[in-house]
Design a protein around this ligand. Sequence first.
Ligand SMILES: Nc1ncnc2c1ncn2[C@@H]1O[C@H](COP(=O)(O)OP(=O)(O)OP(=O)(O)O)[C@@H](O)[C@H]1O
Length: 560
Amino acid sequence: MPPKKAAPKKLHELAPEVRVGFKIDDISKKTFIVGKQFATGGFGRIHTCTEGGKSQQMVMKIEPSTNGPLLTEVVVFNRILKKDMIENYKKAKKIQWIGLPHLIANGYFTYNNDKMRYMIIPKYATSLEAVREANGGSLSAKDSLTVADCVLGALEYLHDSDYAHADVKAANILLEKPNDFSSAVLVDFGLAHRTTNNVDKPDKKRAHNGTCIFTSTDAHRGNNPSFRGDVEILAYNLIMWISGSLPWLSFEASPDKVFDAKQKFVGGLPGTLQSILTNQPAPVTGCITTMFDISRKTDYTHKVDMAKLRKKVTEAAQSASTGAQKKSKMTPSRDTTTTPKRKTQRAPKVESEDEEEEEIEVKPKKKVLKVQKSRKVVEDDEEEEEDKEVIIPKSTRSRKTKEEGTPRSFHLGMTSSTATSDRVAKKIEMKYKRLANNKPSLVPVTVADASSGESPDDEPGPSSRVVKKRTSEERDVKGEVQLKTPALVSPAVKKTKYKSGISSATKASPTELRRVPGVRNFPKGRRSMIIKETSARYQEKRATRNTKPTFDDSSCSSEV
Ligand SMILES: Nc1ncnc2c1ncn2[C@@H]1O[C@H](COP(=O)(O)OP(=O)(O)OP(=O)(O)O)[C@@H](O)[C@H]1O
């Protein structure tokens, strides 16, 4: 009998639940007591915690030590977000407050023989996303701009420290005090990128990194996160917060379409913006237009003039409050092609058994692509080690990449090799759209960049001297932005046809399930619930099938 094949190692695992009251002795000789889990991140659990003998609540993020996402954050916190670093910056800038968390502690502990990584940061009152949702999907221009000012302050610090955040969005903004928008704090540094080695050289493998509906033009093209990209991302967020929508929300599952739509939108400014924010005073639309202008005119490796931008934002916030009083009866503008108000949306539904059955009808899974991690790929040794475990039959992999040139994200969890049925493909596409509409793109999508070899732990290389003008982007006669990187600009969206939706192997693996586009679109926390439910249901079905000797499970067995 041939020796049993070892199961491929998973890329990331969800942390096991740590019991309330568990004590961790930190290297600083402090003891931290794990409290209740109150949120789940992509792969980690988020608990409250306290220091022994104290009552102040803090937040502890926990992930298995083999996972990369929390490691990235820990590296960023240790490099630039220690309390004394932030205090020194505040002193130097003569400011009282900055919208950034600081590191309280980090380290490892062992729990039921599992080595876990933890990081402790201050606890905040609520997320801006929760406020936005409670408010029916939008925020007033004044509140939005107040938050934007805090975010720009935080970005200024990060940029001064040679980091781009790359994932600004309401879910990653927390309010220190509930209902106080001027207490907004930017969190989640899982996609943060050190910019010192940035070169304006797009890499297709990185294309569309970030949270698709908000991510920057640079990221869509396949460039590493940039300073100007952070400003562009914030501008998209402002439109989302104020209007409750974005023109490309419905294309969310097709990053190329989103990229196309963004280019058209930016090319048509200020008209395109005014047509969305019809009720906003000129300084508000003017301020957002300026954000796009500054972002467009700044070189890829250059820093943004934050002082100028913040002045614009503050002025716009003031006029927005005046405007709000004058136009108090106005309803927020909405793009008709986008999602309905959040209030009216149903919670993402768990598919009926019938739908499930149809999706389970799979062909043998030919390959497992290490393509999209739901968080930044941590290009450190640890991660590389894990990546090696993912087996991609070479022949299939190279042919796919060369012949189709399809963004790798489209193949995840799909049995594209057997793709023949348009009808099923459409159905699945619709389903993902439906999921996307339930909760617009609040989950970062990252395409693995195994080739970059850059590690967050790398020592800074020589500061890039590339001061190339942003020549890769120019306007054509119609005023539309044209990028001089033809291979990466608006690549034809290949229609991926799926014979079936999610393979049984994917369903059997929570890690694989996480990468399915529709699943990524669930809000934080819900993803894990849905994944857990789907896996459990699948396991149950499988167990039932295994007890029926007549069942032909050839498709499943060939996938193992
Ligand atoms: N310091 C904090 N104070 C209060 N709530 C927090 C804090 N940190 C995280 N949260 C809550 O937990 C949620 C998830 O946090 P975070 O985005 O940091 O996790 P993550 O593991 O990076 O998630 P993902 O991988 O999905 O991006 C946040 O949206 C927020 O609601």
